[in-house]
Ligand binder design. Structure first.
Ligand code: C2E
Ligand code: CA
Ligand code: CA
Length: 459
């Protein structure tokens, strides 16, 4: 029989082991495995803690967020393994640079953060920029991705951790989009921008249930006879003070604020209800709705859209959903699931703004895409520039070979229309035929057109 003191010693040892294990598990759960730095979850709690401490002691906290400038490119060209090595090296550099009172974290991807005190922010930012600007050697190749830094300070800029992160991100975003100096602090300009966004957010939240955001309609015509065969739905905001607002005034902000899904749902439902009788009476065949690339990131998007469609009288086969190529840069697997689910219900898919930047023909081949909409910037020069004409001709040819139908957007004059018709473009849309208009006007036009057609048929 072991002595009771042996049992106690054994127990104490076991407890110590378990504690060490628990600590290790805890540490691992807080650590980014690639760089060994603190991960996002642990970073967020650490930031909250530091702010509490600073609040109690009357101190300040600076949050620096850093993002590598050419990481995606390097990752794509050198491979993921090289990308991982680079991130690990960047982590090591930040660890070396950090002083004992500072905390470095990897927030995910090529995004890092440093928590420091609010003293001498400019010098610290400059040190970060130059440390991250030094070239790295990866597999014997010298690479210099460079980095951009945004910084915000508690309590001067932001009262809490959430705002502090948002403001540092806004500063970082400005560096990324403007170029020039590689770091920026949150300042009066960004504060004004933040205020504008806040106001817009509050206004959008009020406008949605008030029904101020409504669908307008622009005719899509058959190239052969100019007859209206469909409509594209375009959102408009009937703002009580500012009057009629175009999507450019609120769609990008709504995307950023995470409100675009609600806008698209509201516009979609109202448009389907309005247009259902036009389809039922044979005035048009197709109703085309825009969705944001953001919508495709919502796992419930296609299910909700189909459910909403079924509540209107519009048949699925009369609906086209317009997507832009930017979805290819996001979650391709999820987007593909949505697109295939919609296609399986008979909904048509159009690729919008085609020919503008990131044209990926492979996406066309691999997805059930029915229609390609040629971007206005291409159509604009089609009758003036022989090279553009050739390019559009080749696109039309390729689309026909793939069995995809083509809509030319932004057709403004007869020269363009003549060229497109001769080149075999199926359908056109643009100011030459009609501008976007409210539902009542569209309704009146369609019925008047039908009247003309009937009269013609009788004659
Ligand atoms: P888009 O899908 O490319 O829509 C075509 C845009 O070109 C519309 O601008 C239309 O008014 C304009 N347009 C049509 N014909 C002509 C023409 O001959 N000349 C010129 N210069 N412009 C023409 P709009 O209505 O301002 O919409 C802008 C963009 O906003 C749309 O581009 C679309 O990407 C987005 N959008 C519109 N409605 C919605 C919506 O309900 N949800 C989402 N997510 N985005 C929308
Ligand atoms: Ca569109
Ligand atoms: Ca377009």
């Amino acid at each position: 029989m072991p002595e009771s003191s042996d049992i106690t010693a054994g127990l104490i040892e076991r407890v110590a082991e378990l504690e060490a294990e628990r600590e290790l598990t805890l540490r691992l759960a807080q650590t980014d495995s690639l760089t060994g730095l603190v991960n996002r979850g642990a970073f967020t709690s650490a930031l909250v803690e530091r702010l509490e401490q600073a609040r109690a002691e009357g101190g300040s906290v600076a949050l620096f967020v850093a993002d590598l400038d050419r990481f995606k490119h390097l990752n794509d060209t050198l491979g993921h393994h090289a990308g991982d090595l680079l991130l690990a090296e960047v982590g090591e550099r930040l660890r070396t640079l950090a002083q004992p009172h500072e905390l470095v974290a990897r927030l995910g991807g090529d995004e890092f953060a440093l928590i420091s005190d609010g003293a001498d922010v400019a010098r610290r930012a400059q040190a970060l920029v130059s440390a991250l600007g030094q070239p790295h050697s990866i597999y014997g190749r010298v690479v210099a991705p460079g980095a951009s830094i945004g910084v915000a300070v508690f309590p001067d800029d932001a009262p809490d951790a959430a705002d502090l992160q948002r403001f540092a991100d806004m500063a970082l975003y400005r560096v990324k989009t403007r170029g020039g100096r590689r770091w920026s602090a949150f300042d009066a300009e960004l504060r004004a921008e933040n205020e504008r966004r806040r106001t817009l957010e509050a206004e959008l939240r009020r406008a949605l249930p008030a029904g101020e955001i409504v669908p307008w309609f622009q005719p899509v015509v058959d190239s052969a006879d100019g007859r209206t065969v469909g409509v594209e739905v375009l959102a408009r905001w009937n703002h009580p003070e500012q009057g009629l607002l175009s999507p450019a005034a609120f769609v990008p902000a709504a995307e950023e604020l995470g409100l675009i899904g609600r806008i698209d749902e509201a516009v979609f439902e109202a448009a389907c209800r309005r247009a259902a009788p036009w389809v039922a009476e044979g005035l048009i065949e197709l109703v085309s709705c825009n969705v944001s690339p953001r919508d495709l990131l919502d796992p419930a998007f296609s299910r909700k859209l189909i459910g909403r469609l079924q509540q209107t009288e519009l048949p699925a086969t009369a609906l086209t959903v317009e997507i832009t190529e930017t979805f290819l840069l996001q979650d391709l697997a999820l987007s593909r699931r949505h697109i295939e689910r919609l296609a399986a219900k008979g909904v048509k898919i159009a690729l919008d703004d085609f020919g503008m930047g990131y044209s990926n023909v492979r996406a066309l081949m691999n997805l059930p895409i029915d229609t390609v909409k040629l971007d206005r910037t291409l159509i604009c020069d089609v009758a003036k520039d022989a090279r553009v004409a050739k390019l559009v001709g080749a696109m039309l040819h390729a689309a026909r070979a793939l069995g995809v139908s083509i809509v030319a957007e932004g057709v403004e004059d007869q020269g363009q229309a003549l060229f497109l018709r001769a080149a075999g473009c199926d359908r056109m849309q643009g100011y030459l035929f009609a501008r976007p208009m409210p539902g009542d006007e569209m309704d009146a036009q369609l019925r008047a057109g039908q009247h003309v057609l009937k009269r013609r048929a009788r004659a």
